[in-house]
Design a protein around this ligand. Structure first.
Ligand code: SF4
Length: 362
């Protein structure tokens, strides 16, 4: 059932107003100068997790190094993650890589041209598939992102929560009704850009809004209450005690496995505790005892307590304990770790948290 009170003709007028606004106000960005689905895909995935100003550099570096699916598919995963470093959500980089390999394997290196094929690529959801297909191929699929939720909830004064299934389905159907099938790519970009620049979360420019006369939330005085969201769940705290172990000017690292955060990234030997731990507690853990059966094997050089590091559902409280191993031989229990060539991680991708730690060392 439609949640839209407007007629098809007035919806076309809203779309036309947005497209006209877009023509006058849009930001000039490299992914808007192309209809190459590969580049549009890369830009969409990068922009899902960062602002345009920061994402632009990543986009240029990524597409400069990997100009097409074949180049991305041929790269080692470490290099892909390294170029992604700092953006977070590393599973997205791994999915890009896996999808590029599938494009090479199943589509001969040519980006697929139909919605079902694009949607079937690893990591490509409804939003990304709609963005690629509408912008690159002119297919009539509506994009629904945070900006679209905000604009639609205000224009139609909808109080359905945007982070619940019922609300998401209603907004998806409204976005589809509003889509202008004659120019879906332009319409989608206009709606998203309007939300990003004009109908912003706080202090939207209602006075100078070309849609003010049609905006039901403005008429009802509910702009500040739209969109409606459920209360956020509190992130779970985790306590990481990292050992930055230096041996003969080199550092020990290990690669994180699947099933937890930061899959595939490198980190220091880690001892996770259930609450913040001091050094006395760290050295009493069984894990520390396994790595250092004898106290004479290391010297504690110092500690850096990092500011809380926020992930979507976790807050990481990390302390990095810096140790030096004076002996000529690396103790046997530590030989399973990767040894870097110098004191830093070199070309290995590390989580942003550890990147920041290395920055503190200068
Ligand atoms: S009038 Fe205000 S709330 Fe309504 S669409 Fe325009 S900027 Fe957004």
């Amino acid at each position: 059932m439609s949640v839209c009170p407007d007629t098809a003709a007035s919806l076309r007028e809203i779309s036309a107003t947005l497209v006209e606004w877009y023509g006058r106000n849009r930001r000039e960005l490299p992914w808007r100068e192309t209809r190459d689905p590969y580049r549009i895909w890369i830009s969409e995935v990068i922009l899902q997790q960062t602002r345009v100003a920061q994402g632009l550099g990543y986009y240029l570096r990524f597409t400069g190094r990997f100009p097409d699916p074949a180049a991305l598919a041929a790269a080692p995963e470490d290099e892909v993650l390294r170029l992604w470093q700092g953006l977070g959500y590393y599973s997205r980089a791994r999915n890009l890589h896996a999808a590029a390999r599938r494009i090479v394997r199943e589509h001969g290196g040519r980006f697929p041209h139909t919605y079902p094929e694009v949607r079937a690529l690893p990591g490509v959801g409804d939003y990304t598939a709609a963005a690629i297909c509408s912008i690159a191929f002119g297919l009539p699929h509506a994009t629904v992102d945070g900006n679209v939720y905000r604009v639609l909830s205000r224009l139609f004064d909808l109080a359905l929560p945007v982070d619940e299934g019922r609300g998401r389905r209603a907004f998806a159907s409204l976005a589809a009704e509003l889509l202008d099938p004659r120019q879906p790519g332009m319409h989608n970009q206009a709606l998203m850009e309007f939300g990003a620049l004009h109908c912003v979360p706080s202090s939207p420019e209602c006075i100078a809004c070309p849609l003010a006369g049609r905006c039901l939330a403005l008429a009802a005085g509910t702009v500040g209450e739209r969109p409606v969201k459920r209360a956020k769940s509190t992130p779970i705290p985790r306590y990481f005690n990292y050992l930055h172990i230096l041996w003969r000017g080199r550092t020990l690292l290990s690669r994180r496995g699947a099933g937890d955060i930061w899959n595939g990234l490198y980190e220091f030997p880690l001892i996770e505790t259930g609450s913040p731990a001091g050094w006395d507690e760290v050295i009493r853990t069984p894990r520390f005892g396994e790595w250092f059966p004898g106290r004479e094997e290391f010297r504690l050089l110092g500690a850096t307590r990092m500011p809380p590091h926020q992930l979507s559902h976790r807050t990481i409280h990390a302390c990095v304990w810096r140790l030096e191993i004076p002996g000529k031989e690396l103790p046997a229990p530590l030989r399973a770790f990767v040894l870097t060539e110098g004191p830093g991680p070199g070309e290995r991708a590390v989580p942003r948290l550890l990147d920041r730690y290395f920055e503190t060392l200068g």
